[in-house]
Design a protein around this ligand. Structure first.
Ligand code: FE2
Ligand code: FE2
Length: 340
């Protein structure tokens, strides 16, 4: 059963057909570390009833560094070809879809920054799709394509949950994401937070095991990158003990564009990888430090395991290497280019 916490009407019961280990390709870094680690400790009975949740985020559709479907035709009728980076991301995306289809995906969470937005600060200098309706159309295509692919493989409807990302990208009132989520028929999120088809926070109760999703998390400093994620798990403990929040077994954040996993005795916290190559914003802070991780996460949730005192959370990470950096070859006396 997949339901938003407090949701009066339960979503349809989704059957499970069992998970398999994903294969590896030269450029992919697929690991089921959590799943392999946890599975030997689970009895066969515990392995039944596992729900698989695919989490994607930070696609930044519209950015020259973000996702763009091939053969996209913009609103002026012109074809918008993928640049080299977008071709690479698309190849990784297809590989991710193939690997995700090897599991029986029960639900998808889109954890914010689905589109890039208008880029007022950069004067749209890093946009591949300038018109907001083009960004929306491309994002809707990607979500429908993913949904069709998963539903074709599972043979049943799969709810998509949309979590609001950064205001700079998705609008002050998340109006851009609202429109996309409405067109893709995002699942209802029951909470008193703002938003109709998408919300800032999603608490998902899966038979007593609670998953918490939100987009934002503050970055760390120096060589410490896990501190804010560690703190988020501790704050969950503090606020839930006061009855101010739901005690989550799994916390998922995005926004920082790199993968991270922190585990406490009774709680996991993750940072989700992204689908956008390094931007000018990142390079201005540090060309070396802010390297994104490309990919997605699949969580294998076992409410039965929790009921029997075992860890209900296992995971598969689907990570992809960044394209090889280009190097300028220095040549003495090289002829200058023609002046523009
Ligand atoms: Fe982002
Ligand atoms: Fe963000």
């Amino acid at each position: 059963m997949v339901s938003s916490v407090g949701l009066p009407k339960k979503l349809p019961l989704l059957s499970h057909t069992g998970a398999r280990t994903a294969s590896t390709r030269p450029h992919s870094r697929t690991q089921s570390a959590g799943r392999r680690r946890n599975e030997p400790n689970r009895s066969k009975a515990l392995l039944t009833g596992i729900r698989n949740i695919l989490v994607i985020g930070d696609l930044h559709v519209g950015s020259i560094y973000g996702m763009l479907p091939p053969d996209f035709v913009s609103s002026d009728g012109a074809e918008k070809p993928q640049n080299d980076g977008q071709k690479y991301l698309w190849e990784c995306w297809q590989d991710m879809k193939t690997k995700a289809a090897r599991f029986s995906i029960d639900s998808v969470v889109v954890n914010g920054d689905l589109i890039e937005g208008k880029q007022p600060k950069q004067r749209a200098s890093e946009l591949t799709l300038l018109a907001p309706n083009d960004q929306e159309s491309a994002a809707v295509f990607l979500m429908r394509d993913l949904r069709n692919w998963i539903e074709k493989n599972t043979g049943r409807q799969v709810p998509f949950f949309f979590v609001q990302g950064t205001e700079y990208h998705e609008g002050r009132g998340a109006e851009e994401l609202e429109s996309i989520a409405a067109r893709v028929q995002g699942a209802n999120i029951d909470s008193n937070f703002s938003g109709r088809h998408c919300k800032e926070v999603l608490d998902l109760d899966m038979g007593g095991t609670v998953l918490n999703f939100a987009h934002h998390l503050g970055g760390g400093s120096g060589f410490t990158r896990s501190g804010s994620l560690d703190a988020e798990a501790l704050w969950c403990q503090i606020t839930s003990s006061k009855g101010q929040a739901v005690a989550a077994d799994l916390i998922v954040r995005s926004h920082l564009h790199f993968f991270m996993h922190v585990e406490h005795t009774g709680r996991h916290a993750f940072l989700c990888p992204c689908w956008q190559l390094q931007t000018r914003f990142a390079r201005h802070r540090s060309a070396y430090k802010l390297m994104p991780d490309i990919g997605a996460l699949i969580f294998h949730v076992s409410p039965d395991a929790k009921k029997q005192g075992a860890d209900p959370i296992a995971f598969t990470k689907l990570l992809y290497r960044l394209p090889a950096p280009r190097v300028n070859q220095f040549e003495v006396g090289k002829k200058l280019r023609e002046a523009a």
